[in-house]
Design a protein. Structure first.
Length: 181
């Protein structure tokens, strides 16, 4: 499954062959990506990215999460997708990251907007949340631009590289927020 975001940006459902692109991007941008993404520290070898991709594409149906590579004219530039989906309560979380040289162009905002539409209209979700580390101003602009509501702060919600905890701002969007119900 693919979503065309604009003339050059495509979201492509994760494939096993994406592991190399993911690893090379992380490996080239360790300092930049590692500031806010704890998995960077443990992504040491190509096999680590292969294991991640395999955990997504080979997940059993009841635990499957839609995760997409973000591509600009077929060049890998990041990931966006669902995580921790609670099908019984019809809620999910969206996570994302983007290469440093592609920041500031609205790419992730448009990708998240498309995934919200997909979650509400095709997956039957009622609630979407996004968690952003306090201080990660670029990341928090995305839910704010898309009309998410700041619900509060999860204290010490994520363990970052170097054993440092960070608080997380919790943003949510409900189906009724966009459908007018």
């Amino acid at each position: 499954m693919d979503f065309q975001i604009d003339k050059t940006i495509t979201l492509r459902e994760l494939h096993a062959t994406d592991a190399g692109d993911i690893f090379r991007t992380i490996d080239r941008q360790r300092e930049y990506l590692g500031r806010w993404l704890p998995f960077v520290e443990t992504t040491i070898r190509l096999e680590d990215s292969r294991a991640f991709v395999s955990s997504v594409v080979d997940a059993p149906e009841d635990r499957f999460e839609h995760v997409f590579s973000i591509r600009d004219t077929d060049t890998f530039i990041g990931l966006v997708g669902f995580k921790d989906t609670d099908r019984q309560n019809k809620k999910t979380e969206i996570g994302y990251w983007l290469s440093e040289d592609r920041q500031g162009r609205g790419i992730v905002t448009r990708a998240v907007k498309r995934l919200c539409k997909f979650a509400f209209s095709e997956l039957g979700m009622n609630r979407i949340q996004i968690k952003c580390a306090v201080g990660n101003e670029g990341s928090k602009r995305i839910p704010l631009r898309l009309g998410f509501t700041l619900e509060g702060v999860e204290r010490d919600g994520e363990l970052l590289s170097g054993g440092v905890y960070t608080d997380l701002e919790i943003y949510s969007l409900l189906k009724r927020d966009v459908s007018g119900d």
